[in-house]
Design a protein around this ligand. Structure first.
Ligand code: LMR
Length: 295
């Protein structure tokens, strides 16, 4: 649907042909091509500007995103190796869970291949922002289009921290409302997993969010100088090597990591931030250890 997409390459281990044929009938400018199986992966990736990776298995009720690590870590490693070999300059958007570990895995693999550019590796956390905006607008009866809540940390449970005090336009919330909203945003993915009752996790809202992040990246690549999104990236805003916060996107990827959102936090947010760092650190280290062990 985006006029910014000129060519769309679809890759999977099966069932791509039908999806590509289906999409190719839309009267939009982008040319659609399909690639099936590892033999066609290199051709799929040659000369692309942005790679979006949603591959892997989804959660079932009762599982955390980290429970997907054993299967999805290897899938992400294999795909990133191919990205490193075929399109090392591309923006890489990682959706595959657990994002808190798969992004560090990707960084390690790219380092091993000598092509790591931290400005071009992104964990997609846009759905947390989308959920935060929706839930806050619902609660306060606001026009959705106006609401913007920065969400920092990571993309799992308590590592997802919506900064409700920084909501635009500013909203007045009771302590109870802050707690209810924070917990609902943190559990948004689980809400969908439970509603689907074993048939997977969010796909449509995730696609919506991923499309928003992709559109922002394409606008930045096109030279738009006013593009901001939240994303899980290599970062110095805390002592952790990766952290989600607002970033400014430009032609070369991350142009700036906005640290000012972490100033002047409420007591509730400061406490939540300290608590999330412990879990996030463990997930990052788990990803790094996996990539180094499997070298
Ligand atoms: C989500 O936030 O919906 C995704 O990360 C999928 C999941 O497992 O929750």
């Amino acid at each position: 649907m985006s006029p910014l997409v000129s060519d769309l390459h679809l890759y999977d281990i099966a069932n791509v042909k039908g999806v590509a044929a289906d999409l190719s009938h839309c009267n939009t400018p982008s040319k659609v091509r399909d690639f099936t199986g590892s033999d066609e992966l290199a051709n799929c990736l040659k000369d692309v500007d942005v790679v979006v990776i949603p591959a892997g298995v989804p959660r079932k009720p009762g599982m955390t995103r980290d429970d997907l690590f054993n299967i999805n870590a290897g899938i992400v490693r294999t795909l990133i190796e191919a990205v490193a070999d075929n399109c090392p300059d591309a923006f890489i958007h990682i959706i595959s869970n657990p994002v808190n570990s798969t992004v560090p895995i990707a960084a390690e693999v790219l380092k091993q291949k000598g092509v790591y550019n931290p400005k071009k590796l992104f964990g997609v956390t846009t759905l947390d922002v989308v959920r935060a905006n929706t839930f806050v607008a619902e609660k306060k009866n606001l026009k959705l289009i106006d609401v913007d809540v920065p969400v920092i940390g990571g993309h799992a449970g308590i590592t997802i921290l919506p900064l409700l005090s920084k909501t635009k336009p500013s909203v007045t919330l009771t302590n109870q409302e802050v707690d209810d909203l924070t917990v609902r945003i943190q559990n948004g993915g689980t809400e969908v997993v439970e509603a689907k009752a074993g048939a997977g996790s969010a796909t449509l809202s995730m696609a919506y969010a991923a499309a928003r992040f992709l559109e922002s990246s394409l606008r930045a690549l096109d030279g738009d100088s006013d593009v901001y999104e939240c994303s899980f990236v290599q970062s110095e805003v805390t002592e952790l090597p990766f952290f989600a916060s607002r970033i400014k996107l430009g032609k070369q990827g991350v142009e700036a990591v906005i640290s000012s959102d972490l100033e002047g936090l409420t007591e509730y947010e400061v406490k939540a931030l300290e608590a999330l760092k412990v879990e996030l650190k463990g997930s990052i280290e788990k990803g790094v250890a996996f990539a180094q062990k499997e070298k």
